[in-house]
Design a binder for this molecule. Structure first.
Ligand code: ACM
Length: 263
């Protein structure tokens, strides 16, 4: 299975410009699955709930889902794309999973980071998984990485591959995802963005890039640079994620002891 990410710098608020940039970049690729960053078409640093509302989109009618559905169909691929979702009176920091035959699912970010809590409602979808044929996938969005429970839930539900749209500003996640993969024996694709935003006199946020693809043994198959766009793919054997036996005596999931854990 050929999987990867597109790391780039969106222009804040320019949804159509960003969509066309992504479309131009993905037009020539040949892959099974591509992950784009969190809030990939809006940018990140919102100034008010009104601004967030105005840039957020209904799913599937909004421009981001509509255009990505076209792209997924044209290239016969699955796309996982972070976007600001408008649903009823609420906004969610969401990701859509789209494929050649339509919308596969939506995940709404559970663990909001910093000022996101002012502009978005925390997600109510739980952590769904989707069988996309060759693999079962689940989604984490950015700061979800810091809760091992999130990745564990997806792995226990059968995810082989964690798709992780991100807008990382802290330095810890790329190394932490190695542990998330190792402790669950799953693949992950973190798609981060680059560049910075300092809107409306707010402190500048610098996004760290370093998108990466990690294997179930914790091997970093590829890590992107910090400061430039990159479209990158690797071939993976999804079956590696289904081998949870770590020694002849230890099976990662069978040997869990939930009765000993504080939940
Ligand atoms: C983040 O969750 N965007 C850091």
């Amino acid at each position: 299975m050929r999987v990867g990410y597109y790391q780039f710098e969106p222009v804040f608020g320019e949804v159509f410009t960003n969509l066309e940039r992504v479309a131009a970049e993905l037009e020539i690729i040949d892959c099974d699955l591509v992950v784009l960053p969190e809030l990939a078409m809006t940018g990140y640093q919102f100034l008010s709930p009104e601004e967030t509302w105005n840039l957020a989109e209904p799913i599937p009618e909004g421009p981001t889902t509509t255009r990505c559905l076209e792209l997924a169909k044209a290239r016969s691929m699955i796309m996982v794309v972070g976007l600001a979702e408008r649903a009823g009176t609420r906004c969610y920091n969401s990701a859509v999973v789209v494929g050649p035959s339509g919308l596969i699912g939506v995940y709404r970010k559970v663990h909001l980071f910093a000022e996101e809590t002012l502009f978005f409602t925390s997600g109510d979808t739980g952590f769904p998984v989707w069988n996309i044929g060759e693999a079962t996938i689940g989604v984490l969005i950015c700061f979800d990485w810091i809760y091992p429970e999130a990745a564990r839930t997806l792995a226990l539900k059968g995810a082989d591959l964690l798709c992780h749209p991100a807008n990382l500003v802290l330095p810890y996640c790329p190394d932490a995802m190695v542990t998330r993969c190792l402790e669950n024996r799953v693949f992950s694709i973190t798609a981060n963005r680059v560049g910075s935003e300092a809107r409306g006199g707010k402190p500048r946020l610098s996004f760290i890039g370093q998108s990466e693809i990690v294997s179930p043994s914790g091997t970093i198959l590829h890590r992107a640079p910090s400061g430039q766009s990159e479209l990158y793919f690797v071939d993976i054997d999804v079956k590696e994620a289904r081998q949870k036996r770590i020694t002849p005596y230890n099976d990662l999931f069978r040997d869990r002891r939930p009765s000993c854990y504080f939940v």
